[in-house]
Design a protein around this ligand. Structure first.
Ligand SMILES: CCCCCCCCCCCCCCCCCCCCCCCCCC(=O)SCCNC(=O)CCNC(=O)[C@H](O)C(C)(C)COP(=O)(O)OP(=O)(O)OC[C@H]1O[C@@H](n2cnc3c(N)ncnc32)[C@H](O)[C@@H]1OP(=O)(O)O
Ligand SMILES: NC(=O)C1=CN([C@@H]2O[C@H](COP(=O)(O)OP(=O)(O)OC[C@H]3O[C@@H](n4cnc5c(N)ncnc54)[C@H](OP(=O)(O)O)[C@@H]3O)[C@@H](O)[C@H]2O)C=CC1
Length: 425
């Protein structure tokens, strides 16, 4: 049996963001490979008129958890959905639940965040900075806590070209940002946000950087590690290939290509695209939790979960591969036959956006209107073009991330664990 899987046996684990893309895969891997774990606490907010329990029931009955049911039949008893809202200063957790979390938790995996690039700065600060601060305060009151693992992003310092596994200071003190969000109104925040964000591309990456500073400043005597994944895509192997449940990162672009919506993408074929499968990120996350709890490094460690310097993939390889795949496995109800190409400058991008994106959508909507149906394609195409403009920053340039700590950790693994977890190389 894997040393890492055995470590999580009997443990009480707290996962924030467990209902999200990464959180679900993390929870699934834990239940499938360490079915004798004691309990997984998950902070869940009510959403879309579903109670936290209903949301958990839906997740446990999804395709992702099919294998879990075989190896961990009592999974329903081992998961504890705790109603919480990280937008509230005290997370709106009941006193009893708080008491249980504080007295029982052995490992914390903090995945929750707002990952939208167009989020209001106030909301991004609340979730990615203030909630992290609050969780660290809770963690400092957990007598049985063995490790606290914070999930950040490899793009938290995307204003730099070469990024090491260290915390870089932000030009703004996180506590001052948190305090100012409490009394500034939205109009003033909108006014000063560009100046606060500075040379970060959006509130998401800026607040993830601030979150890392908070982790460093509020680490107290906690045993903490930070993991920085790059662009996280669908599962590579576990629990089965190709699982994804959102349009974030590469997923939306691949789906848009498959549906024949996207016909032109501004990218340079030789440029490296740093993508990692979500199951690889989860494998590293569990390995880090084990390493931090068992080996107790003397200082906080940062782990880059990136592929660029280990197994680089460039646009010239990824693009044709995606195109060939969506042609071989066509999407249902596609708008057009998938066919796309790269553009490499503003003029051609503008031209193809007009000719291949906007004009066909307008013609299609005109036909819908003529036949008495509600036009919808122009709105969708405009959203897609806007999405592309918001991710363009991450597509048109490349970064270098050092992976010393991650490679050091891989060398510490048993042969069995290394076989399972080192697919990046
Ligand atoms: C031979 C050559 C071949 C060439 C081939 C060439 C082509 C081949 C392609 C090759 C591809 C290869 C891989 C590509 C890698 C790309 C990497 C991208 C970089 C990612 C950087 C990540 C770096 C940091 C990573 C991190 O650290 S965190 C990353 C996680 N964070 C994000 O990635 C947030 C991004 N997104 C947002 O921030 C929000 O999406 C926002 C953008 C604000 C919009 O927001 P909004 O306009 O509101 O749109 P949505 O809310 O998304 O959707 C609203 C409504 O439109 C619908 N819809 C949205 N899209 C789509 C869609 N596609 N298709 C259909 N429907 C869609 C949706 O169903 C909803 O419908 P409804 O529900 O309303 O009915
Ligand atoms: N996806 C990617 O490409 C990458 C992601 N990351 C990081 O990984 C982590 C997880 O990302 P990912 O899984 O993609 O994100 P998702 O958006 O899929 O999940 C976000 C999670 O946070 C929870 N959450 C958001 N707001 C609240 C709130 N107010 N109260 C309680 N819970 C809340 C969500 O709950 P709910 O279901 O209720 O909305 C959800 O469980 C994030 O920290 C992100 O920065 C890093 C690099 C790349």
């Amino acid at each position: 049996m894997s040393t890492i899987a055995a470590f999580y046996g009997g443990k009480s684990i707290l996962i924030t963001g467990a209902t999200g893309f990464m959180g679900k895969v993390l929870m699934e891997k834990l239940f499938r490979t360490s079915p004798n774990l004691k309990v997984i606490y998950i902070l869940v907010r009510p959403k879309a008129d579903q109670t936290p329990q209903q949301r958990v029931f839906q997740i446990l009955n999804s395709k992702l958890f099919e294998k879990v049911k075989e190896v961990c039949p009592d999974v329903h008893e081992k998961i504890r959905a705790i109603s919480a809202d990280l937008n509230q200063s005290d997370f709106a957790i009941s006193k009893e639940d708080t008491q249980e979390l504080l007295s029982c938790t052995n490992i914390v995996f903090h995945c929750a965040a707002t990952v939208r690039f167009d989020d209001h700065l106030r909301h991004a600060v609340q979730l990615n900075v203030a909630a992290t601060q609050q969780l660290l305060l809770m963690a400092s009151q957990m007598p049985k806590l063995e490790a606290f693992i914070h999930i950040s992003t490899a793009y938290s310092n995307c204003n730099l070209k070469h990024i090491d596994e260290v915390i870089y200071p932000c030009p703004v003190e996180p506590k001052k940002i948190i305090d100012s969000m409490e009394w500034l109104d939205d109009a003033v925040i909108d006014e000063i946000a560009p100046k606060l964000i500075g040379d970060w591309p959006n509130a998401y990456t800026f607040t993830k950087a601030l979150g890392e500073m908070v982790v460093q400043q509020e680490s107290r005597n906690l045993n903490i590690a930070i993991i920085r994944p790059s662009i996280v895509g669908a599962t590579w192997q576990e629990p089965f290939p190709g699982w994804v449940d959102n349009l974030n990162g590469p997923n939306g672009i691949i789906i848009a290509t498959g549906k024949g919506l996207l016909r032109a993408l501004r990218a340079t074929p030789k440029d490296v695209l740093d993508v990692v499968p979500v199951d690889i990120v989860v494998n590293l996350t569990l390995a880090v939790g084990w390493y931090m709890a068992v080996r107790r490094p003397t200082s906080m460690l940062i782990y880059h979960c990136t592929s660029g310097n280990l197994n680089p993939c460039n646009w010239g390889k990824m693009g044709p591969q995606v195109l060939a795949t969506v042609k071989k496995f066509p999407f249902e109800k596609a708008f057009r036959r998938p066919n796309a190409d790269f553009t490499t400058n503003t003029i051609t991008t503008l031209y193809w956006n007009t000719v291949s994106h906007r004009a066909p959508a307008i013609i299609y909507d005109f036909c819908l209107w003529l036949t008495g149906r509600k036009p919808r394609m122009t709105k969708l195409m405009n959203r897609l073009i806007r999405s592309l403009s918001l991710v363009e920053y991450f597509i048109k340039q490349t970064w270098e991330w050092s992976t010393y700590n991650t490679e050091m950790l891989m060398s510490e693994l048993s042969p069995e664990d290394r076989r399972v977890r080192t697919a990046l190389t």
